[in-house]
Structures are given as C-alpha cells and as structure tokens.
Design a protein around this ligand. Structure first.
Ligand code: G6P
Length: 505
C-alpha cells in the first residue's frame, strides 16, 4: 500500500554500505524501473521537461497512475539534474548517469554489445570488460533506487535489456518484493548468447525475477534452455526451479493504446491533415510509408532498394507512386548508427537522382521525430505501410498503422522477423533479406482487391483492438501476482547487505 513505511538497506555505488530509512509518502506499492523516464529535457536553451515520445511511456502511463506508482529511470541527460518529482500524475525518481556511464553503460554495453547481439548480430557486437563493469554498476544504482521507493511487499516491474542485472540485485536488497522483468527486444538463440563473456551474470540477473516475460514464445524458450544449461536451473520452458525459488517464464506480446490511436485517427483535424499530406505529395495513386527509428536492425536500406527496383522495372512510376520514409534520429553517437544514416541518405539520393521528376521526389525522406498527430496523419495518408526489420522484438509501428485504419483500407507489408508477425496474420509477410520477395509483396499490396484488402485489415484490427497495451499490462501483472511466492520477510532484521561487486560475473 502506498505510504507503508519501509526499511531499505542499500549499498552505495562506490562500494560503501549505507542504510537509508525511507519515509512513507516517497514509497509505493508499484514501481516501474526502466532506463528511460517518461519525460526528457527539451533541447537547449529551453531544457524544459517534456513527455518522451513513443515507446514505453504512453504504454505504461495509465497503469502507473492508476496504482499511484513510482517510475525509476534516467532523464536522458548527463549529470545530476533530477526530473520533476512528478509529471502528469506519475511520480518520478531519477537515476543519474555520468559522461562515463553514458559512454560505457548506455552507448557501450547496452547498445554496442547487447543490442546487436540480441538482434541476430546484424552488426558485430563489441565485448569490453570495462563496459560490462559500468553496466553492472549502473544496474546496481537502479536496483538501489527501486529498493528505496518500493513499499514493503510491493511489486517492482523492471524493463528491458539495459537492466537485466537489476532483478537479482533488487532481490538481494529487498527479498520481500515481487519482481517482474520484461524484455522488449528479442532474446537470442543459444548460439549467439553463448558468445557473451558475462553470460552467467546476465542469466543470474534475470533469474532474480519471479516472472521473466518476453515478446514471443521462441524467446522464452531460448531463455529457459540457457538457464538450464548455464545456471543449473531445472524445470520446463514456463517454470524454472532456481536458487530454491520458482521463476515463471512466458510470452507477453506488447501492444499499443489502440483506443487512443483510433480516437486520434478519427479527429477531424487529423483527417484534414492526412488529406493535406496527400495533396502535398502530389495526390499520387499510391503512398508507401516507412516509419522507424534510424537503426541498422530496421532493414530500411533493403526496403528502399526493393522500392528502387520497382521504380526501375516500371511497376512504380513517380507520376503515380511515392514513398515516404520517416527515420527518427537515434543513438547518433554510435558509429554504426552514424554510418547507417550516411548509407541511407546515399541510397535515397541515388533513387531520387534516378527517378524523381522536378518537384516530385520518388522518396520523401524525413530524418526527424514527429508529434503523434502528425504520425497518425501519415498513417492515414499511406496506402501501404512497409515494416521490414531484420529482427525486431515486436514493432509497434505496425500495430499503430493497423489501429489507425478505421475504414479498413490500407495494407501492411511486414517482416516475418518482427514479433508482430505472429499476431498480424492479415499482413503480407516478407523475408527482409529477400529483395525479390519484398518486391512481390509490395506489388500484391498495391494491387489487392478492395474486398481482400478489407478482410485482411479487419483481421488485423480485431487483434490490435482486442489485445491492447492495457490487456498486455494486466496479463503480465496478473501472471506476476500468481507467480510470486514470497518468503516470509518481516520488518525486523534488515536484509543482508550485498558487498560491493558480488553481482559480477
Ligand atoms: C527500443 C528499446 C527501448 C529504448 C528505445 C529507444 O525500443 O527497446 O528500451 O528506450 O529503443 O532507444 P534509446 O536508446 O533512445 O532509449
């Protein structure tokens, strides 16, 4: 219950032990821990706080406010500035990152080791011991913050690949808590995971949770198999015995706030903006759309190559067809991302050089983030949405597009390697490595009969409207409630303090 006083014993990041007594109002029965807070500072000079676009924040806002929860995370800014104590009714607790943490924990281990490794190693992962040590230290700080704000016996939900060691560290600090972990990105097959020099530490970290959730069943079974092979755990894919506890494992495919997308897609000003966008594009017969973070896992280059070949073979013609590619800037200080951007911009300019007419590019390329209403207007303006990642945990853009197609028009071309492919059976499924296959899928999507197109969209919309983000959160939290069999812990003697460095691997 919020306000219940709790004793949280924590060890500080520099290895010196400290005990903090946290007063009631700062604690909560429900704590979300994610690398990013749901707010971030605007660009200088304003630096005012603004809601973070996309991702987890809109997904979890409702759950956190309903439970008067606390969100523990990083502001996205380097240095000691705290986010406000609350924002849009969500209580916030900041974890600070130094320049070094940013380089070694965020850009390094999270995004240059784990991110490529977990995405089929589409770029070679880099392994550095110093990066791992930074990851472990920053994970400990997140665990300590969560330990400080969680009420006795409360629930803590830890998110994503940046924080895989938090569950175990948190359990050592606060054995009274129910701890859930959800991985938003893929969990790799054994052959790839085994490369990781710190594989035991990562698995043990995750096994600290009562419930470990993944986007798809394949990821859950990859994890359970590895836990049995490397950590000596016993059991099945869905239930593991480890360290005298039961860890439940399962697939909980994430979704979107579908009703909110439907509402925005029905707003007269958004519909008018979509019409204006089509007019600005020259009122073409067909608008193809791609919307992605600019990331080498998204397969944007192959998609543009496929479209270019369709312009070359005459299937597409600039007088009738146009593509819009939105590439949202991301992780720009990483060399792989910087070179991916240069690569894409070169391809786009080649295609336009070959196929544009004066005032009519073949591909409109926007390297910018977009307010929600503008994005929804783009979805409404697009006849064919092309989502072709080489590997993707889920891909919410695909679900957003489907939710916005209230009149059942539109078609979705979707990579079979996105988690969303398991649910969106009305899509044209493609192997993003297969250019001919992608071209054929785009051809079919463009020329589908209205009747078949509507049937496909209806099928997908049923899934997305029924299984929305609220259903996702309650199914995860319901499973966590059922799975957490907690030891009898009292407020008497404090939990043992872990000594500095014990959670390493
Ligand atoms: C993916 C990850 C999230 C991450 C987001 C944006 O969706 O699963 O955890 O927050 O990308 O990446 P960034 O590095 O900017 O946080």
């Amino acid at each position: 219950m919020p306000g219940h006083e709790v004793l949280a014993a924590v060890s500080s990041g520099n290895g010196h032990s400290a005990t903090n007594v946290i007063a009631g109002p700062a604690t909560s029965d429900f704590v979300v821990v994610a690398n990013r807070l749901p707010v971030h500072p605007a660009d200088p000079p304003s630096r005012a706080w603004q809601p973070s676009p996309g991702g987890l924040a809109p997904a979890l806002r409702g759950v956190v406010t309903a439970k008067d929860g606390v969100w523990v995370g990083w502001t996205g800014e380097i240095g000691p500035r705290d986010a406000p104590a609350s924002y849009e009714q969500i209580r916030l607790r900041s974890v600070h990152l130094t320049q070094r943490d940013y380089e070694e924990f965020y850009l390094g281990f999270s995004n240059a080791t784990l991110w490529p490794l977990y995405h089929d190693a589409v770029r070679t992962p880099t392994f550095h011991r110093d990066w791992f040590h930074a990851y472990r230290d920053v994970n400990r700080r997140f665990a300590e913050s969560a330990a400080q704000v969680a009420s006795f016996g409360g629930t803590v939900w830890v998110h994503d690949y940046q924080l895989q060691m938090v569950p175990k560290m948190l359990r050592e600090l606060r054995p009274d808590l129910k701890i859930g972990f959800f991985l938003h990105i893929p969990f790799p097959p054994q052959e790839l995971f085994l490369q990781l020099p710190w594989r035991h530490a990562i698995l043990d970290g995750l096994l600290g949770a009562d419930l470990v959730g993944f986007q798809v069943p394949g990821a859950a079974s990859n994890f359970s198999r590895l836990a049995r092979r490397l950590s000596g755990a016993r059991g099945t894919t869905s239930s593991i015995e480890y360290d005298d506890r039961t860890v439940t494992v399962g697939a909980f495919p994430i979704s979107i706030d579908s009703a909110h997308f439907v509402e925005r897609a029905s707003a007269p000003e958004v519909i008018a903006r979509a019409r204006q966008l089509r007019a600005d594009l020259g009122d073409p017969e067909v608008v193809l759309l791609g919307v992605d973070r600019l990331d080498y896992t998204k397969g944007i280059d192959h998609r543009i190559r496929a479209v270019a070949e369709l312009f070359e073979d005459g299937t597409l013609h600039t007088s009738k067809h146009v593509m819009v590619q939105v590439a949202v800037p991301s992780r720009e200080e990483d060399a792989h991302y910087a070179s991916e951007r240069r690569h894409l911009e070169q391809i786009v300019s080649e295609v336009n050089g070959d196929h544009a007419l004066v005032g009519q590019p073949a591909i409109h390329y926007l390297h910018q983030s977009m307010p929600m209403d503008e994005l929804v207007a783009m979805y409404l303006a697009a006849d064919v949405m092309v989502v072709t990642p080489f590997r993707d945990g889920m891909n919410l853009v695909a679900k957003e597009y489907v939710a916005c197609r209230t009149d059942l028009s539109g078609a979705l071309v979707l990579s079979e390697f996105a988690g969303a492919a398991a649910e969106l059976k009305g899509a044209y499924s493609v192997n993003p490595h297969d250019l001919e296959g992608m071209k054929e899928a785009i051809r079919r999507a463009i020329s589908v009969s209205p009747r078949e197109g509507r049937a496909r969209m209806l099928r997908m919309r049923r899934t997305v409207l029924r299984h929305d983000v609220h259903a996702w959160a309650s199914s995860f939290l319901g499973a966590l409630g059922r799975s957490a069999v907690r030891p009898q812990v009292t407020l008497g003697p404090r939990p043992a303090l872990p000594s500095a460095g014990t959670a390493s691997g």
